[in-house]
Design a protein. Sequence first.
Length: 323
Amino acid sequence: MRRSTMTTDTPPAVKKSRSLLRDMLRWALAVVIIVFLVQRLAHDWPTVRDSFDHLAWSWLAVGAIPGIGYFFFRIVAWQRALESVGVRAGYWPVGTVWMNGEIIRYIPGNVWSVVGRVAMAPRLGAERVAVFSSMVLEALALIVTAAGLSALMLIGYPDYLFTGRGALLVLAAFLCMLVGVRTVTQWLVALVYRMVRKKDRIPATSGIGRAFVWMSLAWLVFAAFQVCTVKALGLPLYDPTDVVVLAGVFLLSWLVGYLSFITPSGLGVREAVLAFLLAPFMGAGEAILLAVVSRVVMIIIEVVALGIINAVGRMRTQAPQPS
């Protein structure tokens, strides 16, 4: 049999056309995301517009610090989840993939953030199945830490509206202990690899507890941002117990919206739960206004964080490497 003399290298013209096509797809996706973000902001703007005239901008500026910190801590949490399945990458590459993948969630469908991050797996030098496995562990850490922290914070919630808080606390503590067992996380990762028929390459998970720690820190600064938004709107906070309970309300409403799978990023569901749980502390109109304002401000902060991560990530990529 004659051996073929044809080269397997891709011609430069083909490489250039593929690169151009990828750039066009990225820009098209960016336009779609911007359209949905603008629609979301335009829908909420009539409610928010009048409140901006009375906002305490100093509190809003203070809240922007933990607001941005929330995204930076979430990136570290995912970086630790990646390390637990054997994928090691720097903070800025991981941050670029995480932020660009997460911003896609505003497109209706509730699967785009997963698709986005998995598609960008080669940027981290990782297999797509490994990235997806790390996202499963990240979601597990997200749910358990949000449930556990909100249960602890809601101990002081009024009895007549939240009689089941003790049971929730016990359940959250049990789940935290359960997922802290390495065999549980190993089983989840093995399940993912078996589903894609790569059971001969299942990695040994390790260090998932670090992802839980960073995710907990992310929730704490997220709660701090929300409390600053309450102060910015001039809504009453009578004592430290109210601050802690409100932080738990914000975490629980976020978690319910995340688990709803009905609307993109829990839009609508989260606001409804938040308005219901805030009833003992403020009127319905104030609660709805707080829910909408915090959503709009968080979207703006997310766009700012997206710009920071992409700008720094690009600068570090283009910087000359030491010999």
